[in-house]
Design a protein around this ligand. Structure first.
Ligand code: TYD
Length: 225
């Protein structure tokens, strides 16, 4: 069965870069790796992603938003067949699956950020993910102001280059919202220290990468194959 590693953190924490670097590192070591992300990762999920991130949809109600994230997840897990022993299906014939955001983002954003009861979200997460938990979760932690400044710079660049749909609906939320999201992530990490590893995201790309590789190598020994 593939080892399932997720990357989490606030906007602009650099998780997408670090996911790529880890994927490259693992491939160089000869492992097969499947990269995916939430929301998205499937044809249906990518369509739902557009609804979720479109700034024009700022009136979406929290519950509708929650269900859309869970819908994305259900589709992703169904298509990946993580946890099934079937071979030859997406993701499952790989040794590693790396996912940019997963269940913890829903607890942090919809639970701590939006204020939806986290027990309800845990139940929905369980249904959508078929009760699959990551083997390792890398939480890239940094202060909210720095993260948002980075994320805003990134979106401006993307928009200038591609005159694309701005993916900034969450980046337009208040500082207070993002503080709650960060607190949520840290709370999850304190409750599940075996799975969730907190990495200081302010350290510089190479140092962070080394730390993530060290964590994965250490944890790999503990993960049942
Ligand atoms: P994305 O552009 O992928 O942002 P990032 O690069 O920061 O991951 O957008 C994903 C957004 O969706 C991000 O703001 C976090 C949010 N999100 C939730 O609110 N709940 C969730 O369950 C997930 C997976 C993401």
């Amino acid at each position: 069965m593939p080892k399932f590693i997720t990357f989490e953190g606030i906007e602009g924490c650099g998780k997408t870069t670090q996911l790529k670097l880890l994927a490259n590192h693992l491939r160089e070591k000869g492992y097969s790796v499947y990269e995916t992300r939430e929301p998205g990762g499937t044809l249906i999920g990518d369509q739902i992603r557009k609804i979720l991130l479109n700034p024009e949809n700022k009136n979406i109600c929290s519950i509708a938003e929650l269900f859309l994230y869970e819908a994305c997840r259900a589709q992703l897990i169904k298509e990946l067949r993580v946890g099934s022993r079937e071979s030859g299906v997406r993701g499952n014939d790989k040794e590693f699956i790396l996912c940019d955001r997963f269940i913890d983002s829903t607890i942090a954003y919809q639970g701590y950020g939006r204020g939806i009861d986290t027990e309800i979200i845990e139940g929905l997460n369980m249904i959508a993910s078929n009760d699959i938990k990551p083997d390792i979760t890398i939480l890239l932690d940094m202060d909210v102001k720095t993260g948002l400044a980075r994320a805003r710079g990134r979106n401006i660049n993307v928009n200038v280059l591609q005159s694309n749909l701005s993916e900034s609906r969450f980046e337009e939320e208040t500082l207070d919202f993002h503080e709650k999201v960060r607190e949520g992530f840290l709370k999850i990490a304190s409750e599940e220290p075996d799975r969730v590893k907190v990495v200081d995201a302010t350290k510089g790309i190479e140092k962070i990468q080394k730390e993530i590789i060290r964590i994965v190598e250490m944890e790999q020994k503990k993960i049942a194959v």
